[in-house]
Design a binder for this molecule. Structure first.
Ligand code: ATP
Ligand code: MG
Ligand code: MG
Length: 553
């Protein structure tokens, strides 16, 4: 279903297939670290990893890259599985955990030591950093670099056995302290960490570093093309070094693509976690979050997200994509799919004084005016209706196309009404209701054309309306340059990212709605029934997106 358009990755794979490099096999993996919930950036990686495998009739593994015991959790593992599945991808029986390979990583490390390619180093982390040098300055060799193989084997085993303190020793690759690539200056392969791992418990007190573990994970699983983001480009020589020195045949190939960045939000698990833990949002699935679970709760569909990723494309240059593009994709997806209803978010009571008390008419309307296949529905009309407060002005400017004293507008699908009287609260002067008259000759669908109304507004019958809570969202952050590390990104949190309207009235059509059901509310945008806050007695809607772009750039 999700074949991404051809891109530079596919060109590389085509060439491999042509040259028979992997005997025509294409095997990718999506390797999240279970230290947070997935975000829309991960959706890009998922579409590329699974989509590429699909395109070549290959395989894609879901692999939890759980080599870092202190930050990981089973809650994250479960959420990641749910999100990948929800996006529509299937890893079949290819679910793996890097932690299952801890024994193999250890064996490979012993092999490297025996080949004289790795050594135990007693420098402190701070000293290691100093010895590494800079881009303009070569590094300095560790005094422990030339330990004998026997001594290294002994010390490494004792590291594993828990004889040394955390931070006192590491295993390092013996590569080149003068390499122009800092990653090649004897990088750390293993560190000591007395931490309980979510799967291996206390079995290990040494844990492999990403740059050492990742190529081996790929090799163990028979991955052919290891697709990752651009920040790993400089790590590729190390990726290749590990595979070469471990003597992996037909080694996997790392290919990097640009990360997805979006305006108006942050997109790193560390920052998203901060928002959750410091209470700026209501959990990882807060509808304002760029997480998959947040987008799902907000009302985004997998189709819209995949369409968005497809439009963003796969390239090798980093860029920031405007959020309005994602919003465009959900509008496009829902436009013809969901029912359109009238909903009054900020109600103003209107009494139609010449409409008989107790009378109800059921007016016919299309469920979706742009998709007649969705059929028709009945809308109740009666003497008391709600209209939007914004659709009335006592002293309107000339161009105002809605209701005002003495002016006639059409109630959508119903009649013309004319405002005869404005009723105000005696103390506050606030407008509390309008008295209007209707003209029975003007019923919609009768072809009445003797007069033109000033405009058409939406409404709901008070007696029949479903009361609901509606939550409107705005972007989480105001004009944030995520890479601007000088200023604190949290200073730019939008204080008005959530507005809760508790007194909304909707067409009875929505009464049978279930969590996740989506509608267009005429003139207001697209809405989805919130699965968490909705109860048997209260419907809560999230606005997914307004009808037109409400964001000015
Ligand atoms: P973050 O920086 O947000 O914490 P991460 O890279 O640490 O993300 P991982 O769990 O390691 O998160 O990511 C799994 C895969 O998703 C990796 O291959 C990574 O390159 C990719 N990925 C992460 N963020 C993005 C993004 N913004 N755009 C595209 N791919 C991404
Ligand atoms: Mg990572
Ligand atoms: Mg990370």
């Amino acid at each position: 279903n999700t074949s991404l358009s051809s891109n530079f990755i596919h060109n590389i794979i085509d060439k491999d297939i042509e040259e028979g490099v992997y005997n025509g096999r294409v095997h990718t993996r999506f390797p999240p670290e279970p230290n947070g919930y997935l975000h829309i950036g991960h959706a890009k990686a998922i579409c590329i990893d699974f989509g590429t495998a699909e395109k070549y009739n290959g395989l894609c593994n879901l692999r939890f890259d759980d080599t870092n015991p202190t930050k990981e959790d089973v809650e994250y593992v479960e959420s990641i599985k749910e999100d990948v599945r929800w996006l529509g991808f299937d890893w079949g029986d290819r679910l793996y955990y890097a932690s299952d390979y801890f024994d193999k990583f250890y064996e490979y490390a012993v092999k490297l030591i025996k080949k004289g390619k790795a050594y135990v180093c007693d420098l402190s982390p701070e000293e290691i950093r100093q010895y590494r040098g800079t881009l303009t300055q070569p590094g300095k060799e560790s005094p422990y670099r030339n330990r004998s193989v026997e001594e290294n084997l002994d010390l490494f085993e004792r590291m594993k056995n828990g004889e040394f303190e955390e931070g006192s020793r590491v295993l390092r690759a013996k590569i080149d302290m003068a390499s122009p690539n800092l990653n090649m200056r004897d990088p750390v392969l293993y560190r000591i960490q007395y931490a309980t791992h979510h799967r291996t418990g206390d079995k290990w007190c040494i844990y492999p570093m990403y740059d050492y573990a990742h190529p081996l994970e790929d090799a163990i699983e028979g991955i052919t093309h290891s697709l990752c983001t651009l920040e790993f480009e400089d790590h590729r020589p190390l990726y290749d070094w590990v595979l070469r020195e471990c003597e992996i045949e037909n080694p996997p190939k790392q290919i990097e693509f640009a990360r997805l960045n979006l305006t108006g939000t942050v997109m790193s698990k560390r920052k998203l976690k901060q928002l959750v833990e410091e209470g700026y949002v209501d959990g990882w699935d807060d509808p304002r979050m760029p997480t998959i679970s947040g987008l799902r709760r907000r009302g985004y569909t997998p189709e819209a997200i995949k369409d968005f990723i497809e439009r963003v494309g796969v390239s090798k240059s980093n860029s920031v994509v405007d959020m309005s593009m994602l919003e465009h994709c959900i509008r496009e997806d829902l436009k013809l799919k969901v029912p359109r209803v009238m909903g009054v978010l900020r109600p103003l009571k209107v009494v139609i004084t010449n409409y008989p008390e107790g009378q109800v008419e059921w007016l016919e309307a299309e469920v979706n005016q742009e998709n007649s296949e969705m059929g028709t529905k009945k809308i109740p009309f009666s003497r008391i209706v709600y209209i939007e407060q914004d659709d009335f002005m006592e002293n309107p400017p000339k161009k105002y196309k809605r209701l005002s004293p003495g002016v006639e507008v059409r109630l959508k699908n119903a009649y013309f009404i004319k405002c005869e009287e404005v009723i105000k609260d005696e103390k506050t002067g606030e407008i509390i209701e309008l008295h209007c008259t209707y003209d029975p000759k003007t019923k919609s669908g009768t072809g009445f054309n003797e007069r033109k109304p000033k405009g058409t507004i939406h409404w709901v019958s008070a007696e029949h309306a479903v009361k609901a809570e509606v939550r409107l969202y705005d972007r989480l952050l105001l004009d944030v340059d995520e890479d601007d590390e000088k200023s604190d990104w949290k200073d730019k949190l939008n204080p008005n990212s959530l507005e809760i309207l508790t007194d909304c009235y909707l067409e009875p059509f929505v009464a049978k709605g279930k969590p996740g059901d989506k509608y267009q509310f005429l003139r207001h945008g697209y809405f989805s029934i919130d699965p968490i806050n909705t109860t048997e007695n209260k419907l809560v809607f999230n606005r997914i997106v307004a009808l037109r772009d409400s964001w000015k750039k």
